[in-house]
Write a protein that binds this ligand. Structure first.
Ligand SMILES: [Zn+2]
Length: 69
């Protein structure tokens, strides 16, 4: 199962981008927060929203079904 992280820094839309750990756009781990290990991308998004009230968006490259831009 992939490991998921979110970027501590916001993108241009004010969202924290969520990535799979093997994504080439993964931020440096010093700038990322661990979400967990999940089977499906949507589970990572749900759990990110449980961890924090921040706004999240899936990465365009590693989890396009959760990317809303
Ligand atoms: Zn990514």
């Amino acid at each position: 199962m992939p490991y998921y992280w979110y970027n501590d820094k916001i993108d241009s839309h004010g969202n924290h981008e969520v990535h799979r750990s093997n994504c080439k756009y993964m931020p440096n781990l010093h700038n990322a927060s661990y979400i967990g290990e999940f089977t499906y991308d949507f589970q990572a998004m749900q759990n990110a929203r449980k961890l924090s009230w921040k706004k999240f968006d899936g990465c365009f490259f590693c989890m396009p079904t959760e990317h809303h831009g």
